[in-house]
Design a binder for this molecule. Structure first.
Ligand SMILES: Nc1ncnc2c1ncn2[C@@H]1O[C@H](COP(=O)(O)OP(=O)(O)OP(=O)(O)O)[C@@H](O)[C@H]1O
Ligand SMILES: [Mg+2]
Length: 237
């Protein structure tokens, strides 16, 4: 891979639920170390886009190239092994397993199986250290979200793909999650594809953004362009 080649290149991606088409040709690229924010109103297809990128929902058209390789037909778990760390909307964890077990099973499914990855993830979310023996289902929503991101980190991803990681979470933990994403991006140089509806958070974190509307990217730009009136109009409820 050359320095100018994007880490993720999504071209003409189409997705549908049965006959209901949601995405009509989405183009998105994320460079190495870049944080790209995917924005758009409720129900425009942001989650559908991430699921199609990960192969959770097989796309009906278009291609997904990760790290120079076409992964469009590759199973989701194999994409994870190749470095696409996905944290779906709604902080998914194994609720019956403890925090430690959640991290351990993820490590066992990872390509590297290096125990140090668990300590690294706990270093990013130190609050989780207090709850290692607690079942994930008994954590607060914000703690579960931290665990969900920590699990993705245990796989040592090259790119983190996050679907509204601060949605419905108490403000103090929102700050911790935002700080963790910022640190992973700025200090560790991790590429991030972040679905986020809040303009303020996107302004603080993103290098670039795309706005989805009508099944395609209606607007793309750098963080500064987020101040434009047209952007506000596209995001207004
Ligand atoms: N499993 C499904 N079956 C049928 N339709 C679905 C399914 N999941 C989503 N949809 C529809 O597809 C469209 C896009 O949904 P999606 O969840 O991708 O939007 P979103 O932008 O992520 O919304 P939000 O901001 O609320 O998370 C919506 O009209 C939704 O109702
Ligand atoms: Mg969504």
């Amino acid at each position: 891979m050359t320095g100018t080649e994007p880490l993720l290149r999504v071209t003409g991606l189409e997705a549908a639920y049965g006959r209901a088409r949601v995405l009509f040709g989405v183009d998105v690229t994320v460079g190495p170390g870049e944080l790209l924010c995917v924005m758009g109103r409720n129900g425009v297809g942001k989650t559908t886009l991430l699921n199609a990128v990960m192969g959770v929902l097989p796309p009906t058209g278009g291609t997904v190239v990760f790290d120079g390789e076409d992964v469009t037909g590759v199973p989701t778990h194999e994409r994870v092994r190749r470095g696409m760390g996905y944290v779906p909307q709604g902080h998914e964890t194994f609720p019956q397993l403890t925090v430690a077990e959640n991290l351990q099973v993820t490590l066992e499914a990872s390509r590297h199986r290096d125990k140090g990855a668990i300590d690294e993830a706990l270093e990013i979310f130190p609050r989780l250290k207090e709850f290692l023996g607690r079942r994930a289902g008994f954590l607060s929503g914000g703690q579960q979200q931290q665990l969900a991101i920590a699990r993705a980190l245990v796989t040592r991803p090259r790119m983190l793909i996050l679907d509204e990681p601060t949605e419905g979470i108490q403000p103090s933990i929102v700050q911790e999650i935002e700080a963790a994403i910022e640190r992973l991006h700025k200090e560790n140089g991790l590429a991030v594809l972040l679905v986020e509806q809040y303009l303020e958070l996107a302004l603080r974190l993103a290098d670039g953004f795309v706005i989805i509307e009508g099944g395609a990217v209606q607007r793309a730009g750098t963080a500064e362009d987020l101040h434009d009136e047209e952007v506000k109009r596209l995001l207004a409820v």
